[in-house]
Design a protein around this ligand. Structure first.
Ligand code: ZN
Length: 147
């Protein structure tokens, strides 16, 4: 597959997630945790709702506004984190940040999130792509204070 074909495929995955986001809409379920994160430089806002079973992420949902990259990334994160422990999710988040900053190739464990690797060529969009991945940093401080 030529590089441009691959780029087209990646773009299509991003468009699909943007137009048909996964786990979109907040269940507002008692016992869940909500985190809100914004990227003022683009106007992206994400509210994420975390359903935890101990340290494991049972379910993750989001609602938000913003550019296609930020919203597609959030949709991908809700798929990626499901069933992972918080520790595993944090490690994926770190690997993702390093990938979009061009510091390393995205490991296979990032799955579909690797389609966002191309943002490394567009520094202004890196914050859009990493926004959903940064939400987990807020989760720890939210725990113990459920919805
Ligand atoms: Zn954005």
């Amino acid at each position: 597959m030529s590089l441009s074909k691959l780029e087209q495929l990646y773009r299509q995955v991003i468009v699909d997630h943007y137009q048909h986001p996964h786990h979109h809409g907040l269940p507002n379920e008692p016992g869940n945790f909500q985190t809100v994160i914004v990227n003022p430089s683009c106007g992206d806002e994400l509210t994420m709702e975390w359903a935890l079973d101990g340290d494991r992420i049972k379910g993750l949902y989001f609602d938000g506004v913003g550019c296609s990259i930020s919203q597609a990334s959030a949709s991908i994160v809700t798929d990626l984190y499901k069933g992972k422990t918080i520790e595993e999710a944090k490690n994926l988040s770190i690997a993702f940040s390093q990938m979009v900053q061009g510091q390393q190739e995205g490991p296979e464990a990032l799955g579909e999130a690797r389609v966002l690797a191309g943002v490394k060529n567009f520094p202004a969009r890196i914050k859009c792509a990493t926004l959903a991945f940064k939400a987990i940093e807020q989760l720890e401080s939210k725990r113990g204070k459920s919805v």
